[in-house]
Design a binder for this molecule. Structure first.
Ligand code: MN
Length: 247
């Protein structure tokens, strides 16, 4: 069955074997996509490949796992491109063992980004919060007022208290198929008001049945878990995106 109005709000199109082709495929399949990047050095190409696209929007990122020491130079580059970008990501905090020693620098960078977004207004952020949901929510609450930008929590793995707090802060949740394979992910889905649910593939990193997971896979799993018709689920998820962009 063909599903219309598919969305993919966190996808690393620039990390597919052929970036240009990955963009073209989203256009062909009419998948509304946020093409995140992990470093501001990837912005010019991401911006240029999506200059005339109808469905793909480029995002400006600096991945927290890439912050290894003083990130001033990268942050300055990120800031120099900032006025060109409506979509921001992948940004955030990563407190897993490999990254937590740079937590102070990660926080400094993320605070600065949130401040820039708050001042500019109307930005949409895709935010990474591995082992750091509490910190991320503290910073969003402190630096990005609800009416100054929209936050999509990418692959959220916080606990239920943190989840409820994120809902009250106005956050959206981009759900992927890896999350929907775990009990925790399904609990997150079932606890989140459905009008805050959107979908992502985190491509090319998540696989399902030995293939890179697609936005249609997401809808099929969501439909199965929530016992709804696939087209109904796709319609709801799409209208959540519309509400987010218009609200
Ligand atoms: Mn990612």
């Amino acid at each position: 069955m063909e599903i219309n109005n598919l969305i993919d709000l966190h996808c690393h199109l620039d990390l597919y074997p052929d970036h240009r082709e990955a963009v073209a495929n989203c256009e062909r399949d009419k998948i509304r996509t946020i093409a995140v990047t992990t470093t501001p050095r990837a912005w010019p190409q991401n911006r240029d490949f999506t200059k005339h696209t109808h469905y793909v929007r480029p995002a400006l990122g600096l991945h927290p796992q890439l912050i290894k020491s003083d990130a001033t130079k990268e942050l300055m580059l990120w800031e120099s491109y900032f006025p060109e970008a409506r979509y921001i990501g992948e940004v955030g905090i990563d407190a897993s063992p490999d990254s937590s020693q740079y937590l102070t620098e990660q926080k400094r960078v993320f605070i600065r980004m949130l401040q820039r977004c708050a001042k500019a207004g109307d930005k949409i952020l895709s935010v990474h919060s591995v082992r750091s949901a509490g910190i991320v929510l503290d910073l969003i609450e402190a630096y990005l007022p609800y009416d100054r930008g929209k936050v999509i929590l990418h692959w959220f793995t916080g606990n239920i208290t943190e989840l409820k707090r994120a809902v009250s802060l106005g956050c959206y949740f981009s759900i992927n198929v890896a999350m929907l394979q775990s009990k925790r992910g399904i609990e997150i889905l079932n606890t989140t008001p459905f009008e805050r649910i959107v979908t992502e593939t985190d491509g090319p990193f998540i696989h399902l049945r030995n293939k890179i997971a697609t936005p249609a896979d997401n809808i099929q799993l969501l439909a199965k878990i929530t016992q709804q018709d696939e087209r109904v689920v796709a319609g709801k998820v799409f209208s959540n995106l519309k509400t987010m962009l218009e609200g």
